[in-house]
Design a protein around this ligand. Structure first.
Ligand code: ZN
Length: 686
């Protein structure tokens, strides 16, 4: 069956291999048998094997490209794939595009270059996906790799490392639009936004062309593209089109546990087939070859992925001479052994996240208003996807996710590719750019009885940056955009306990209520923010005048309700704003976890629904900031399960024991006498 392996491999490994051939002994000691021994030692189900690295060095005898010189024609990729197959380890081929030094260095016409003439960032040299010759080259190399008996292909770096201004990009844009490439960033200007959409579309078309090419040769194999830029904003130029060109979502991340929790849910939402895979390096970062994460860190990374229904995936890096460090695999072996009961449980259910609370994630809206007016010559961004690259929208979504985590409210991510079936509540953070189809789906959701919590500029523009001057969802919000924005510091005055909530470093839309009830007004400072001469207080910009503009409103629409919040203040991960968020969500979100007594704020509860049985899984990840984790005792949980689900039996996965529970009405109550780092409860339905 097509990609049956995907559902059977929840434990995966990649051994990074970006070694140059500048010295004769580099890669000279690589031994496929030793590689296999390490893979078997740690006990993963699947291993990704390098066919071609960022240097453009192939590890098989390529005809169209450059083979790593030290191999002297030896096919270590093929030998390793064969050995993996012989020992039932599922082999996946790694191939890199764009970041491909050999092609860029040997073909000057293929190179990307930015407006300042830059063609590379340090060691990384880029070819342009809009160059047809380069595209054909990448296809020919993939044709060579597709001959091998791999189960799938991971294509790395399908994103823009710069705003390319090469001849191909200029000519293509001119042919498509009749326009030259715009040179000034302005997210309110359709000319700029339209260009960004072209960048996204071009990259998606490039990814789709490579996928289609592989599928013609290997229709049985899985294909995926690096999708970590989903969290990195507009610059890298990815879009939902990358998910559409992939069989499952995959990518590597280097942020904290909150980025991991959010990223996992976004991957789950974008993944055509479950499970998605979530990569974490065994080193503290890929820039550090030797500093290994602790056993507990690795365990919690993998546990977080499993608890969100994903396949965990470790990345190691090979030594320059081609050897591997056995101690690393011994450490991974311990981690993977501890994970085994949980991995086996998830693998048997192939579950997906279940929640009736949705958190909208609009890739199209991950822009940076603060850059408006900046020319491309002034921009200093680089191409890496291994940094934590925040933008205002990702920060706000992350802040919202943290509030939900701390409230123990399970949620799932929702994207422009998903429908809203099964949701009771939808939170949309500042999704400024929306298609008419997205807008209509959301309107229907509220009309039919859903609760919408929307912030900022949500739906102000269509995808190409055109606007009528008002929100596309103005009727649902019950407010109308005034055309003006607040100062970069403003305040929300409500009647609650937190009566003045600050929004710092944010210019927010100022709106007038039409049909909505106003429950909070915008308060501005007395003088312009940052004015050196006129100010109320020398250190800060205290609240001054109460404006007529609505800051927080509630609007009845159809059978549903819409809460509108003017600013992105939920991005501030500080107690004042988070307390406001908690109170707001407590008013409008029906809780799934009614009680989670004795569970620390840092812990997450997720619910998963099995695709193989009438089973729900309740997962708890006790991920504290300082490790090792302090176990907690007597954790009492009360869950509101789906309406049509009645619990018959519960099993604690850590030890396989039956777990007593009580049912009262629609509430399910159970107690864990002790919780270490990770627990899963299998809830079998009647
Ligand atoms: Zn280009």
């Amino acid at each position: 069956m097509l990609m049956e392996w995907l559902k059977k491999c929840y434990s995966r490994l990649l051994i990074d291999n970006h070694i140059t051939d500048l010295k004769a002994d580099f890669m000279s000691r690589f031994d496929p048998a030793e590689y296999l021994r390490m893979v078997r030692l740690c006990g993963v189900d699947s291993s990704m094997i390098y066919a071609c690295d960022h240097n453009g060095n192939c590890y098989y005898p390529t005809v169209v490209g450059h083979q790593h010189k030290s191999l002297n024609g030896r096919d270590i990729f093929g030998e390793t794939v064969t050995l993996m197959r012989q020992h039932a380890i599922v082999p996946i081929a790694y191939y890199t595009v764009i970041y491909h030094n050999d092609s860029a260095k040997s073909h000057p016409a293929w190179r990307q270059h930015d407006v300042n003439g830059k063609t590379h960032d340090g060691r990384y040299h880029y070819s342009c996906p809009n160059n047809q010759e380069y595209l054909e080259f990448a296809k020919r190399q993939l044709s060579e790799i597709a001959v091998y008996d791999v189960a799938g292909f991971f294509i790395d770096m399908t994103f823009w490392p710069m705003v390319c201004q090469c001849d191909c990009c200029r000519a293509k844009y001119l042919a498509e639009t009749g326009c030259a490439l715009p040179q000034t960033i302005n997210w309110n200007n359709p000319e700029w936004v339209k260009f960004q959409r072209a960048r996204e579309r071009w990259m998606a078309e490039f990814a789709a062309a490579l996928t289609a090419h592989l599928k013609t040769i290997r229709p049985d194999a899985g294909v995926t593209h690096q999708f970590s830029p989903v969290l990195h904003g507009w610059f890298l130029g990815q879009s939902s089109g990358i998910a559409l060109a992939s069989d499952y979502a995959s990518g590597d991340f280097y942020g904290d546990k909150y980025q991991h929790r959010l990223g996992a849910k976004i991957f789950s939402a974008y993944s055509r087939y479950q499970p998605y895979e979530f990569m974490t390096s065994r080193c503290v970062s890929l820039h550090d070859h030797t500093s290994t994460k602790s056993e507990d860190e690795l365990y919690l990374h993998a546990g977080t992925t499993l608890a969100n229904g994903g396949a965990y995936f470790f990345i190691d890096a090979i030594n320059p001479d081609g050897t591997l460090n056995e101690r690393i695999y011994q450490r991974l072996s311990k981690v993977i052994s501890r994970l085994k009961p949980f991995k086996d449980c998830i693998q048997s259910h192939v579950p997906a996240l279940w929640a009736d609370c949705g958190l909208y994630f609009s890739m199209n809206s991950c822009v940076n208003d603060a850059s408006n007016g900046m020319t491309l010559t002034e921009m200093t961004e680089g191409g890496a996807n291994m940094d934590v690259r925040y933008n205002a929208v990702v920060e706000e979504v992350t802040g919202t996710a943290v509030v939900l985590n701390r409230m123990k409210q399970p949620y799932r991510a929702v994207t422009d590719l998903n429908d809203l079936t099964g949701l009771k509540t939808l939170i949309i953070n500042n999704a400024a750019y929306m298609t008419p189809a997205e807008v209509e789906r959301i309107r229907q959701f509220v009309r039919a009885g859903g609760t919408l919590i929307a912030t900022g500029k949500t739906s102000l523009f269509d995808l190409n940056g055109n606007s009528t001057g008002d929100f596309q969802l103005a009727d649902v919000f019950g407010v109308s955009f005034s055309g003006g924005v607040s100062g970069s510091i403003s305040y929300l005055r409500t009647t609650g306990e937190n009566d003045l909530i600050s929004s710092a470093r944010l210019s927010s839309p100022l709106v007038n209520a039409t049909t909505a009830e106003v429950t909070g007004n915008v308060v501005e400072a007395d003088f312009p923010i940052g004015d050196p001469d006129q100010y109320a207080s020398i250190h800060s910009n205290p609240p001054g005048k109460i404006t007529k503009f609505a800051g927080l409103t509630v609007n009845r629409y159809g059978k549903g309700v819409c809460v509108y919040l003017y600013s992105s203040l939920l991005k501030h991960q500080q107690d004042s704003q988070q307390q406001f968020g908690r109170e707001l969500f407590a008013r409008f979100i029906a809780p799934t976890v009614i009680c989670a007594a004795n569970l620390p704020g840092s812990a997450e509860i997720t619910l998963l629904r099995s695709s193989t049985a009438n089973v729900m899984l309740c997962c708890l990840v006790n991920y504290q900031d300082e490790l090792p984790v302090i176990p907690v005792s007597d954790v009492q949980i009360v869950l509101q399960l789906p309406d049509n689900f009645k619990a018959e039996k519960m099993v604690r996965i850590s030890d396989g024991s039956a777990l007593p529970f009580t049912v009262s009405g629609t509430h399910l109550t159970f107690t864990l006498d002790k919780l270490n780092e990770l627990e899963m409860i299998e809830i079998k339905g009647e």
